[in-house]
Design a protein around this ligand. Structure first.
Ligand code: ADP
Ligand code: MG
Length: 579
C-alpha cells in the first residue's frame, strides 16, 4: 500500500468509464451525442439484450479521417472544445470513446465526408487489437460496442434485467430525439424496431415521443423574460402519470436533470394533482451559454445554473400561467376531431368565444361575486339567451349530479360537485391571499356553546376566519356568536361547521397560521357548503354555477385533478347517430 505508482492508461480509462459509462444507456447517450455533434440527420440505434450484449449506433454525419479515427479513442482527444465557459456541443471532454473502448469490444468504422474510403479500428479492453484498416461503409460513422463490461465483471453484476436496461436506453434516445426533431431516429432491439421518428417540427416530435397522449391533453408553454426563455408543453392536470417517465427537461437543448425543473413543476401543479402523481412535461429552457455550467457531472446530465433561484421562479411563473390560461397546443378543428376520443375523457379544449367576464378577472377582484344566490340584477341581465357562454346555457340536471348545458355546437356536461369544490377551493385560496372573501350576514346570529379552551383557539384565529368570510364574536364566557358566513357557503348550517372547526382547532393546538392548514380548512368548508352532488338545482342556480366556473381559475378540473366538465361536439353526436 505504501508504494505509489502511476496508473496505467488503460486502468485510468476503466476508472473514468465508471463515471461516464455506468450502464448501457450511458453508452447509448455518448454515442448518439457524438452522432449529433457530427451533424447527422439520420441515427439508428441497435441493441442486443438491452445493450448488455451489443450496442450499435450508426449515423450519416461528417465522419472521421483515418488519422482522427486512430486518435479518437485516446483519452482527452476531442475536436470540439474551445472554451469551457461557452459549451455548445454535446461532447467536449474527449473521454467517452476512450472510456467505452476500455470496458468492451469496440469497433469504429467511419468514412469522412467526400472521401472515397472508410476505415475501421478495433479495441478490446482499451487495447488496439487490429491496426487501422480500410473498411466498407457508405457514409458517416458506425460504432459497435460488444460485451459491455466484460473486463470489469463486478460492474456487470450491477446491471439490471434486459427489460430495465432497455427501458433506460429507450428513454435516453427519446430525450435526444425530443431535442433534435430535425433528425430521424430509429431504435431497434434484436430484430425488432421499437420506435422510429421521422424528421419533423418540434411540436410533432413532442407528440410522437409522448405516445398515446393526444394534443388535447397538452398545454403550450412559451415565455420569455430578458435572456431567459422557456418553450414546450405540459400535460393538463387531468392527464397525470404514475411515473416521471414523461418528464423531459432541457437546458439549451441539452437534456438535464435539475432540481429547478422539478421544484417548478411541483409548485405549479401543487393544488391541481395528487401528490403521488406526475405531470407530463417537455420543457426547453434557453439561457445565455455563460449562465450555465454543464461541466459538473461526467455524463453531463446535471448542470449548474448561475442564478438557480431566478430560473426556478421564472419557470414556475411560466407553468402557472400556462395552467391558468389552459391553452391547448392545437386549435385547428381537424386536430380536435382527430383527438376527440381522448379529449372526451379528459378536460375539454380551451374556450373559443371570449367569456362575458375576463376568465381570470376573479383573481383580481376584491370581492368575488357571490355563488348560488339569486344573481343580482346586473348579472341576471347578462344571462342573455343569445350570448355565447363558453359553458353554454343550462338545460337540465340529471341524477341530481350532472348539469347538462348547450353551446352553439356542443353539449356540455358538468359534474356539479367537482365544479363546486374547485370554486370553493379557489375562493378560499384567494381569500387567504387577498383582503378576504365576501360574507353574508345571518338573519339570526347563532349562539353556540364551547369550552373556554376551545374559545381561546377561536379567538386566536378570529381575524383569519373573518378574512375567509366567517365572522364571530366571543362576548360571554363559554359562548360564541356567529353572525356572518362566507357567501360561497350560503345556505350552510353554521352550527355543524363551527363544531367541526372546533374539533380541528383542538387537534392542531396553539400557535400556527390558519393558512398553513389550508387543505384541512378547505375540506371542512367545502364539506359544509350546500351544493354537493345530490342537491336539486334551479335553472338560475345552474346558470350561476356555469358562469362562476367560467370565471374561476383552473376550473377545468377539481382539486383532485378530475375533470369538472366535458364538452361533446355536436358533430360527434351526429356521427353516433349516423347523421
Ligand atoms: P467528445 O465527444 O467529448 O469530443 P468522444 O470521446 O465522445 O469525445 O469523441 C472523441 C472525438 O471523436 C470527437 O471529438 C469527434 O471528433 C470524434 N467522433 C466521435 N464520434 C463521432 C461520430 N459519430 N462522427 C464523427 N466524429 C466522431
Ligand atoms: Mg462525445
Amino acid at each position: 500500500m505504501s508504494i505509489i505508482r502511476r496508473l496505467s492508461p488503460s486502468l485510468i480509462n476503466q476508472i473514468a468509464a465508471g463515471e461516464v459509462i455506468a450502464r448501457p444507456a450511458a453508452a447509448v447517450k455518448e454515442l448518439v451525442e457524438n452522432a449529433l455533434d457530427a451533424q447527422s440527420t439520420c441515427i439508428d440505434v441497435y441493441l442486443e439484450n438491452g445493450g448488455k450484449s451489443a450496442i450499435i449506433v450508426k449515423d450519416n454525419g461528417v465522419g472521421m479521417s483515418s488519422e482522427d479515427l486512430a486518435l479518437c479513442v485516446e483519452r482527452h482527444t476531442t475536436s470540439k472544445l474551445q472554451d469551457l465557459t461557452r459549451i455548445s456541443t454535446f461532447g467536449f471532454r474527449g473521454e467517452a470513446l476512450a472510456a467505452l473502448g476500455s470496458v468492451c469490444r469496440m469497433t469504429i468504422t467511419s468514412r469522412k465526408r467526400e472521401k472515397s474510403q472508410a476505415f475501421c479500428v478495433r479495441i478490446e479492453g482499451g487495447r488496439f487489437i487490429a491496426p487501422l484498416a480500410p473498411a466498407a461503409l457508405t457514409e458517416g460513422t458506425r460504432v459497435e460496442a460488444q460485451d459491455l463490461f466484460f473486463v470489469t465483471p463486478a460492474r456487470l453484476k450491477f446491471l439490471k434485467s434486459t427489460a430495465v436496461e432497455l427501458g433506460h436506453c429507450a428513454q435516453i434516445v427519446k430525450r435526444l430525439a425530443l431535442a433534435n426533431p430535425h433528425v430521424t431516429f430509429q431504435f431497434f432491439e434484436g430484430s425488432k424496431r421499437l420506435f422510429s421518428y421521422q424528421q419533423n417540427d418540434q411540436k410533432t416530435r413532442i407528440i410522437e415521443v409522448l405516445e398515446k397522449l393526444s394534443a388535447d391533453n397538452l398545454l403550450s408553454v412559451e415565455k420569455t423574460q430578458g435572456a431567459l426563455s422557456v418553450f414546450g408543453v405540459i400535460g393538463k392536470p387531468t392527464c397525470t402519470q404514475a411515473t416521471s417517465a414523461k418528464q423531459f427537461f432541457f437546458a439549451n437543448k441539452r437534456a438535464v436533470q435539475d432540481a429547478c425543473f422539478n421544484a417548478s413543476l411541483r409548485a405549479a401543479y401543487q393544488e391541481l394533482i395528487a401528490r403521488e402523481r406526475y405531470a407530463v412535461a417537455v420543457l426547453f429552457l434557453a439561457l445565455p451559454l455563460e449562465d450555465i455550467d454543464v461541466n459538473v457531472h461526467p455524463a453531463k446530465t446535471e448542470v449548474r445554473f448561475r442564478e438557480a433561484r431566478r430560473i426556478q421562479l421564472f419557470l414556475t411563473e411560466a407553468l402557472s400561467q400556462t395552467l391558468r390560461t389552459d391553452k391547448s397546443i392545437w386549435t385547428g378543428p381537424k386536430d380536435a376531431e382527430k383527438h376527440f376520443a381522448v379529449s372526451f375523457s379528459s378536460s375539454p379544449p380551451s374556450f373559443k368565444t371570449p367569456p362575458p367576464f375576463p376568465c381570470n378577472a376573479y383573481h383580481l377582484k376584491e370581492s368575488p361575486p357571490p355563488l348560488y344566490k339569486a344573481p343580482p340584477p346586473l348579472e341576471q341581465s347578462s344571462f342573455l339567451e343569445d350570448t355565447n357562454y363558453p359553458l353554454g346555457h343550462a338545460k337540465a340536471q340529471v341524477h341530481r349530479r350532472y348539469i347538462v348545458a348547450e353551446t352553439q355546437d356542443e353539449i356540455v356536461i358538468v359534474d356539479q360537485h367537482a365544479a363546486h369544490e374547485r370554486i370553493v377551493y379557489e375562493k378560499i385560496k384567494s381569500a387567504f391571499a387577498s383582503t378576504g372573501a365576501v360574507s353574508q350576514a345571518l338573519l339570526m346570529p347563532i349562539v353556540l356553546r364551547f369550552s373556554n379552551e376551545c374559545l381561546e383557539l377561536f379567538a386566536e384565529h378570529q381575524a383569519e376566519f373573518a378574512r375567509l368570510g366567517l365572522q364571530y364574536q366571543i362576548i360571554e364566557p363559554e359562548e360564541l356568536t356567529v353572525f356572518a358566513i362566507p357567501t360561497f357557503m350560503e345556505g350552510a348550517d353554521p352550527k355543524p361547521l363551527m363544531q367541526d372547526l372546533a374539533e380541528e382547532l383542538k387537534m392542531w393546538g396553539k400557535g400556527f397560521a390558519l393558512v398553513e392548514k389550508f387543505h384541512e380548512v378547505f375540506a371542512t368548508f367545502s364539506c359544509h357548503t350546500s351544493i354537493r352532488s345530490g342537491r336539486e338545482l334551479s335553472v338560475i342556480e345552474m346558470n350561476t354555477l356555469l358562469r362562476t366556473i367560467e370565471r374561476t381559475e383552473h376550473s377545468g378540473q377539481c382539486n383532485h385533478g378530475r375533470p369538472t366538465y366535458v364538452k361533446i361536439p355536436l358533430s360527434k353526436c351526429d356521427k353516433l347517430f349516423e347523421r
